[in-house]
Design a protein around this ligand. Structure first.
Ligand code: 13P
Length: 342
């Protein structure tokens, strides 16, 4: 079992590929659809996700796709299960298994991710459906006096309990403690909170006997808040992020796959590329991506719920996947964007 977990985890971050997160819950997917006037129905979600999984060439850049409970059970209009379409493209199917971040009792402004009850049984079903890895996201908010000890410890504990259950079931856990970009905090504040978060998470992972070789870490990059007037350069963000990971992430972890968290698609690619260009030879883990918005957003804006837009949307999706593949080699550049805008 351990060898199989380690080999799946390695495959998820192998070469220059990365992960595509397409596991938005109904409320999150609904919000993104609503902004573009797309109706929030099961049919539209199916059509959108069919557009994604049938994108020609996607498997050249994407090693694994994170699905949502509804999506893992869906099929294309011509009757092929999404799981089978992904596998045929060489993409490993995965599944989001947390039940969302809820208000944390006694901690105004902070959240705790739920979903541990009945998780063992749900994981067994997902294995039957063909999933090989799973995802659980905890959210940490930076604010006045936040994050609290209770929030950090509660979320780290839940992540570790989830990860241990995944490995018991033969699924590689993606462990995602996301320090949010919302707010006016500085990069230094994000650095300090991210460091503390990752220390707490790895302490709990050890306590729950999680096999580090058989997991993937999905952290935020170290960045100033979206509303902070001072924004560091791409190289400064890359250096701060890698320095924070070096202090906190054990070398046995095979891969770090970043979330994009509300950065623009271009900045997410540029920052990942800078990390690989400057630090790839010096870090023990793969520096990969597990983006949702930074891969999907341009395609969603082109698709807008209209079947006639599918080829153009797929082209935009593939373009972002190719940019991030280049970023894994440290070779992404602005010219890659200009080529498509011409
Ligand atoms: P973003 O890349 O849009 O932050 O999403 C990644 C993800 O899967 C969040 O859980």
């Amino acid at each position: 079992m351990n060898a199989q977990l380690a080999s799946t985890a390695k495959a998820m971050v192998a070469g220059d590929k990365g992960l595509l997160a397409m596991d938005e819950s109904h409320p999150t997917c609904g919000k993104r659809f609503a902004k573009l006037g797309i109706s929030q129905t099961v049919e539209m979600r199916q059509a959108y996700r069919e557009m994604i999984v049938t994108t020609p060439g996607l498997g050249e850049c994407i090693s694994g796709a994170i699905l949502f409970d509804e999506t893992i059970r869906q099929q294309t209009q011509d009757g092929r299960p999404f799981i089978a379409v992904l596998k045929a493209a060489g993409i490993i199917p995965g599944i989001k298994v947390d039940a969302g971040a809820k208000e944390l009792a006694g901690h105004p402004g902070e959240k705790i991710t739920e979903g541990l009850d009945g998780l063992r049984e749900r994981l067994a079903e997902y294995v039957q459906l063909g999933a090989r890895f799973a995802k659980w996201r905890g959210v940490i908010t930076i604010g006045d006096g936040l994050p609290s000890r209770g929030c950090l410890q509660g979320n780290a504990h839940a992540l570790a309990r989830y990860a241990a259950l995944c490995q018991e079931a033969g699924l590689v856990p993606i462990v995602e403690p996301e320090v949010l970009m919302d707010g006016a905090h500085t990069m230094e504040q994000c650095r300090a909170v991210t460091e503390k978060t990752l220390r707490t998470v790895f302490d709990q992972l050890a306590a729950q006997r999680v096999l580090l070789e058989g997991m993937i870490l999905k952290p935020n990059m170290v960045l100033a808040g979206l509303a902070c007037p001072e924004q560091e350069s791409v190289d400064e963000v890359a250096a701060a992020t890698v320095a924070t990971l070096m202090r906190t992430v054990p070398a046995a972890v095979p891969g770090v796959a970043f979330l994009s968290g509300g950065q623009s698609s271009e900045l997410a690619s540029a920052r990942l590329s800078a990390m690989n260009a400057h630090f790839k030879q010096r870090v023990p883990w793969a520096l990969a991506f597990s983006f949702a918005r930074a891969i999907q957003q341009p395609a969603l804006e082109i698709w807008r719920g209209d079947a006639a837009n599918v080829p153009a949307a797929q082209q935009a999706l593939l373009h972002r996947a190719q940019c991030n593949r280049a970023a894994r080699r440290g070779e992404y550049s602005d010219e890659m964007e200009e080529e498509t805008n011409r």
